[in-house]
Design a protein around this ligand. Structure first.
Ligand SMILES: Nc1ncnc2c1ncn2[C@@H]1O[C@H](COP(=O)(O)OP(=O)(O)OP(=O)(O)O)[C@@H](O)[C@H]1O
Length: 307
């Protein structure tokens, strides 16, 4: 990390970003800042404007209004001084054709003046050592994403942008990638990622901007967003464990409803209610569901979240 970044503590400062395509306002007056060392998520459904924001912030797309600084420097017009300090995950389509994973990464490394030994070390780091001689078109979705991440990291940037790094890969590969991203962050790198997965934002991001239709609706730590809802915990009691009237009468229950004989109890005092249900021997098959970012999105937009 440079002393300048460490001192300022601010990796990104985006102010009033706007992008219009014809009649469509793809990004509308978006402002946010990202602290050094954060994992910052931009979350929203398809078409919300996530990629457009990321490209303006990276200095790849010219904003119609607003501005952005990265590591204290303006990102537009394209700023050569920033290039060694930032990493941008490439889409698979940006790979060179017919190269093996090792050749691919060494080629990207050479563009930054990075030697083959460091490239090969990154291939190992992202878990692709055994695939070094495999051509990129033969890699699985998760392996392609790992290679794309290695290409973004091979020159050791302090600020890394990832556009939907876990899109279209299986759940186990996603979790492995989360571990990789966490380890990159643990070294002090700032990560900015877009995602349309609510659980990914919740599990990975220190703070998340929830977007819809070109605007940021809320921005905070995932747990703070959920807390801000003040939503009740819902307890699903299996059929025949208690009656609806019994459940409704338990101290601390806000509401009890019968949903096809499962009694759904809403409460803001879950430990007391659970203790009472335990005392009545009603725990078998019981499920507890706290609010999630999905509920936050529903609350903000009035619509169910559809990635
Ligand atoms: N070059 C372009 N010309 C016209 N419209 C565009 C262009 N790029 C993006 N758009 C539109 O702008 C809106 C925002 O697109 P953007 O790709 O930023 O969304 P996103 O949140 O990244 O979506 P996704 O998750 O599908 O990638 C969409 O309605 C999209 O169709």
């Amino acid at each position: 990390m440079t002393s300048e970044t460490a001192q300022s503590g601010v990796a990104i400062e985006a102010t009033g970003l706007r992008k219009v395509y014809g009649d469509l306002v793809a990004v509308d007056d978006v402002s946010f800042s990202v602290g050094s060392g954060e994992i910052f998520g931009i979350l929203g459904p398809n078409g919300a404007g996530k990629t457009t924001i990321l490209e303006m912030v990276e200095g790849l797309r010219r904003p119609d209004a607003g501005s952005c600084t990265l590591l204290g420097e303006a990102s537009w017009p394209r700023n050569q001084r920033l290039l060694p300090r930032i990493g941008v995950q490439l889409q698979a389509s940006a790979f060179f054709e017919r190269l093996t994973a090792r050749e691919q990464l060494r080629t990207f490394a050479s563009l930054y003046g990075v030697g083959p030994a460091q490239a090969d070390a990154w291939l190992e780091r992202v878990g692709l050592g055994e695939k070094a001689d495999t051509r990129t078109e033969k890699l699985s979705g998760g392996q392609v994403q790992r290679l794309a991440i290695a290409c973004a990291l091979v020159h050791e940037p302090e600020l890394v942008f990832l556009d939907e790094p876990t899109a279209a890969i299986d759940p186990q590969a996603r979790r492995n990638l989360w571990d990789l991203l966490r380890s990159l962050n643990a070294e002090g790198r700032t990560l900015v990622l877009t995602t349309h997965y609510l659980d990914e934002a919740e599990a990975l991001c220190d703070r998340v901007a929830i977007m819809d239709r070109g605007s940021i609706l809320q921005l905070d730590a995932p747990a703070a967003l959920v807390r801000g809802l003040d939503a009740p915990v819902r307890i699903f009691v299996a059929p025949h464990q208690v009656t609806l009237d019994e459940a409704a009468a338990i101290e601390g229950v806000d509401e009890a409803v019968d949903d096809e004989s499962t009694i759904v109890v809403s409460t803001r005092r879950p430990s007391e209610v659970l203790a009472e249900l335990a005392a009545r021997g009603a725990l078998e098959g019981l499920q507890v569901r706290a609010a999630t970012l999905e509920d936050v999105f529903l609350d903000l937009t009035g619509r169910e979240y559809r990635a």
